[in-house]
Design a protein around this ligand. Structure first.
Ligand code: HEC
Length: 199
């Protein structure tokens, strides 16, 4: 027996078909499952990178119209600009100030010396282009360069404490997004340790 609900259902389908015919649209084929899952993962990664403020430090900032600074998205996530040589760290006055910050927000000086934000774009020579997902996740979890090298310096250490709480799925999404953006060739300088800075 035909129930009122299924009649309504049938009507709905008919209306939908009719609407499709009238608007002249042919149903667009959905993207293959694999492709849409990959796109979803990249979109999730883009969202996480945006809300976790990765651009604050990894995208060089430039003067903003009307004052202040803003991220230069033509160099998104490319790290400290290679052509921007920083002068020696200034000596801070006595008191609770602990560090200094370069104008592009990509160089950070303090008791750890000077650290320069990394190029997170997929450039093969100067960015994360040759990194695997495993290397990225190991870096975040261990706090060491590529999961086994030197310890990562402040202020990234504090960021790692937060990012480490992401699920592996979310970390994979962040990595997938970083690998999908425009590669920027920019060789970030090595960090300067405090002893070197005092010479
Ligand atoms: C407060 C500033 C700051 C924020 C915010 C920040 N970073 Fe960093 N990041 C740095 C600095 C500085 C370094 C370089 C540290 C060093 O040389 O040891 C770095 C290094 C890294 C590295 C290490 C690369 C390598 O070669 O080992 C990765 C990966 C990274 N950041 C990813 C991210 C991601 C993803 C986000 C957003 C969730 C983020 N960072 C947010 C400052 C920041």
């Amino acid at each position: 027996m035909r129930t009122p609900t299924s009649t309504l259902g049938a009507l709905f389908v008919m209306t939908a078909v009719l609407a499709g015919t009238l608007s002249g649209s042919t149903a667009a084929a959905p993207p293959p499952a694999g492709q849409s899952a990959a796109a979803d993962r990249i979109a999730r990664g883009e969202y996480l990178v945006r809300i976790m403020s990765c651009h604050d430090c990894h995208t060089p900032h430039k003067p903003a119209p009307g004052g202040g600074i803003e991220p230069d998205m033509t160099r998104a996530l490319s790290g400290h600009p290679q052509d921007m040589k920083m002068p020696p760290l200034p000596t801070l006055p006595e008191g609770p100030w602990i560090g200094v910050l370069g104008a592009t927000m990509t160089s950070w000086g303090g008791p750890w010396g000077v650290s320069f934000t990394a190029n997170l774009t997929p450039d093969k020579e100067t960015g994360l282009g040759t990194w695997t997902e495993e290397m990225f996740i190991a870096t975040i979890k261990s706090g060491r360069h590529q999961g086994k090298g030197r310890p990562i310096l402040p202020p990234m250490t504090g960021v790692l404490n937060a990012v480490r709480s992401l699920t592996d799925d979310d970390l994979r999404a962040v990595f997938a997004y970083l690998q999908s953006i425009t590669p920027v060739r920019n060789k970030v300088p090595e960090p300067i340790d405090p002893a070197e800075e005092e010479r």
